[in-house]
Design a protein around this ligand. Structure first.
Ligand code: ARG
Length: 298
């Protein structure tokens, strides 16, 4: 079992303007607003935990007009290209309410030395939200349907020279893949098959040699798949006893960090933290020309 080598460098957005202004997922309710003081405390505790575990955090300021920007996972897909240059495929948000976030993120990434590319922008071309895309096994595993569009997979494969394995998300409450899938190491991952159609669920279970299968209820009520892994520590918003038992048996330590204020916007720990250190050629193979593997139609 090889530890994940990525997941040590994160981009996060400080929640200075976090609120619920609109509802674009089933968790958001304009009548249930986050407490700004508590939200900032929870966010700072998360940053401190990541740093204590040996991770680093680059912080991007939040736009006043972009309340969901705190969910930094969705700003773009950061990678290290063969040869070592930092690259970000900027997200093209499904909902216009979030599109201005990337107008700020792109120059910020460029200022840190990232080159950038797009699969679509300003409402034209394919939608891509980076919370749908994670390296695992021989590919970048990309969920499509509620947010990312299938067309984006082809662009990602060609632009990055990688293999992309698509999974069709059908559950309205698990609208990003990161609400249902969390790579743990080279063979293991948290997986909630009820997020996906039958063929995609089967494809994911086949891809992960040792899945820790979550029930729909575990994933939706605790956000436990929306976790991050730093070496052998899993940083989770909550951890059902059964899940903790299996993780500990596998040799992982569990750190629970309460980010309940952010659940009001429909996101948890992974959504708040964007890992930008996935390396092509190390964490997923380089495939010249790219390749897309889609599940059979259900
Ligand atoms: N309110 C945000 C949205 O609906 C939540 C994003 C959650 N992020 C994630 N990576 N799952 O877009």
């Amino acid at each position: 079992m090889q530890q994940l080598e990525w997941g040590r460098r994160y981009v996060m957005v400080r929640p200075d303007h976090f609120r619920i202004d609109y509802a674009i997922n089933p968790f958001m309710d304009l009548a249930d607003q986050p407490d700004p003081v508590l939200a900032l405390e929870q966010w700072q505790h998360l940053v401190a935990t990541i740093e204590r575990l040996g991770g680093t955090v680059d912080v991007l300021p939040q736009r006043t007009d972009a309340p969901d920007m705190v969910y930094a996972m969705n700003l773009g897909l950061g990678l290290v290209r063969p040869g070592g240059d930092q690259h970000v495929v900027v997200s093209h948000m499904r909902y216009p309410q979030r599109r201005m976030e990337t107008d700020t993120a792109q120059p910020w990434f460029a200022g840190l030395g990232f080159t950038t590319s797009y699969v679509g922008r300003e409402g034209v071309g394919a939608h891509l939200e980076a919370g749908d895309a994670f390296a695992f096994g021989d590919a970048l595993v990309v969920g499509y349907g509620p947010r990312t569009e299938k067309l984006a997979l082809k662009h990602l494969a060609t632009e990055l020279g990688i293999r992309v394995r698509g999974l069709r998300i059908t559950h309205p409450g698990m609208y990003h893949l990161d609400l249902a899938f969390c790579p743990l190491d080279s063979r293991r991952a948290l997986v909630c098959p009820s997020a996906l159609d039958g063929a995609s669920a089967a494809a994911l279970l086949e891809l992960v040699p040792e899945p820790l299968v979550l029930t729909e209820e575990e994933a939706l009520t605790t956000f436990c798949a929306n976790s991050i892994v730093i070496g052998r520590t899993v940083v989770m918003p909550a951890c059902p006893d059964r899940v903790r038992g299996q993780l500990e048996e596998w040799g992982f330590a569990v750190e629970v960090v309460d980010v309940s204020e952010f659940h009001k916007g429909g996101g948890s720990i992974r959504c708040l933290t964007n890992p930008v250190d996935v390396a092509i050629g190390r964490d997923l193979p380089s495939v010249p020309g790219g390749e897309v593997i889609l599940p059979p139609l259900a």
